[in-house]
Design a protein around this ligand. Structure first.
Ligand code: 13P
Length: 308
């Protein structure tokens, strides 16, 4: 393991590469990264990278976003199969047909895509949002337009609640956040009655309504920073998030929802990236995200939404 880490560090220097890792990656990968963050922070960090290569330890849409925002850089993803159930739930051709049907019916709308979507879907959208900037972007949608929000219906529902804007919701969900059991959460709350519950807005309403704080991964860290005394936190998001919480705020105790015996809160796509695959992709310069025609239009939408 130590050899493997030394090898990755050596190859990173040799290949003039920067490693970006999402908070849902295994701790050992986050530890090796030059930047860790949520989707928004990493997309922005990618535009500041000075090396010729970015290795994105995350899922496909994240690496694709980094490439779209940095066409001249080589962007590598340790496992190209690291997908996302949300992105899969919204194929671009199906979205285009749905938009056409709305237009034929005389509906005036703008399409807002969660960043957990393919480049082709972003290219069909007016805005791209992350959990970190969704509320401010929604304020930019003209009041006389309806909002078609794709693909996460739980995040969409949450955003309807906090902004008061009614939306047409696509029927997608995240396999990790969808699976939390409210019964197990309530049992855990009975065991630890003083604990604070943190939930990602990708969680269904029945989990969110029993939570003290709802926010994306970066917002969760900001919220933790407001607690000085050692506190118990129940965490309703991907389990690796607790590694970052523990390393930034070690005075607290973190408990995964639904419970320590269940491993279903681990994202199988994120888990495809391993130290071995990180080493191999640096050694071989592959797999690489290759520029696609849809990236041009997706770039306009991403720059407008995330960088300005
Ligand atoms: P954030 O880290 O942006 O909150 O999003 C989590 C996520 O959905 C990753 O796929």
């Amino acid at each position: 393991m130590l050899d493997l880490i030394a090898e990755i560090r050596h190859l990173k220097g040799q290949n003039n590469a920067t490693i970006l890792a999402h908070y849902y990656q295994d701790g050992e990968i986050q530890e090796l990264a030059d930047f860790t963050g949520d989707s928004l922070k990493l997309a922005r960090a990618a535009t500041k990278v000075t090396t010729s290569t970015i290795v994105f330890c995350g899922v496909h849409f994240m690496a694709e976003t980094a490439k779209i925002l940095n066409p001249d850089k080589r962007v590598l993803l340790p496992d190209l199969q690291a997908g996302c159930s949300l992105a899969e739930s919204c194929p671009a051709d199906k979205l285009a047909r749905y938009q056409e049907m709305l237009r034929i019916n005389g509906r005036r709308f703008q399409t807002v895509a969660y960043i957990n979507s393919t480049a082709a879907v972003k290219a069909l959208s007016d805005w791209v949002v992350t959990s970190g900037n969704a509320e401010s972007i929604l304020r930019r949608v003209p009041a006389d337009h309806e909002i078609l929000f794709v693909p996460d219906r739980h995040l969409g529902q949450y955003l309807q609640e906090v902004t008061g804007r009614k939306m047409i919701l696509w029927d997608g969900s995240c396999i990790v956040h969808e699976i939390f059991s409210v019964g197990d959460l309530l049992a855990l709350k009975r065991q630890l009655p003083k604990a604070i519950t943190l939930a990602h807005p990708e969680c269904p309403a029945n989990i969110r309504e029993h939570s003290d704080f709802v926010g994306g991964t970066e917002a969760m860290l900001k919220h933790l920073a407001t607690y000085r005394e050692p506190t118990d936190f129940l965490v309703a998001t991907e389990v690796n998030m607790m590694w970052q919480m523990q390393s930034q705020f070690p005075q607290h105790r973190y408990h995964p929802v639904p419970g320590i015996t269940c491993a279903c809160n681990k994202c199988p796509h994120m888990a495809r990236n391993t130290l071995e695959k990180l080493r191999d992709c640096l050694a071989h310069g592959a797999p690489e995200i290759v520029w696609q025609p849809s990236f041009h239009r997706a770039r306009e939408v991403l720059e407008r939404s995330l960088l300005s």
